[in-house]
Ligand binder design. Sequence first.
Ligand code: PEP
Length: 257
Amino acid sequence: MTRRPYIVGNWKMHGTRAMLSEARAIDRAAQRHMKVEVALAPPYTLIHPIHREAEQIAVGAQDCHHADGGAHTGDISAAMIADAGASFVILGHSERRQDHSEGDAQVRAKAEMAFAAGLRVILCCGESLATRESGGAAAFVRAQLLASLPPADEMPAEVAERLCIAYEPIWAIGTGIAATTDDIAAMHAEIRALLVDLLGEEHGPEVRILYGGSVKPDNAAAIFAVPEVGGALVGGASLTADSFMGIALAASEPFES
Ligand code: PEP
């Protein structure tokens, strides 16, 4: 990894105020691993309380609406999450795509809105098991990203800072079965090539590509050693400070020797 590794916890629909102590522990531990950028995406209800207390970690959201306001009962806008203290948003997670029928065009509209609100975007992509088994994973991910990303001329000027891609094969999420390092290497190389095509030689090589899908403290070091892996998007293992910071430690070790 050439840039500072980025380790992001996705708490999904887990966490009430009782979890604030875990967020505090993560924040304290992050202060001891400054070579790693640690961030948490809790449920909306915890964004502001975590943001208010955090000294080191960034706080983000797991989604936002593609409109800037209006009659959208139960939804939340990019500006609202930014106002609550979020500095980034995860978009296009496969659970949103599956559970809420979100398509690529909607994800792209959300990304445009998030950028306009000043947020960083972690844009997720990843194939199903059937697609992988059919041999079509690379083509699928390429098409998904092309359709989900705003066009290059509408990206923010500091795109390498504001955009991050998370490759998350659906079959690896929450299953305990991470992709092999060979598969991760091949897909991250594809994504890197696409980013260079889209954003050019100046920005394309700089956008971080995270891997997500059953990352744990015991497999993290091997995953972070894969070329083009710039960090991890972590679900289950981000729910306790011990396991989440075990992953952050694996990301920081190559820099501390
Ligand atoms: C995720 O949901 O983004 C994820 C990667 O989950 P897990 O780490 O639990 O596989």
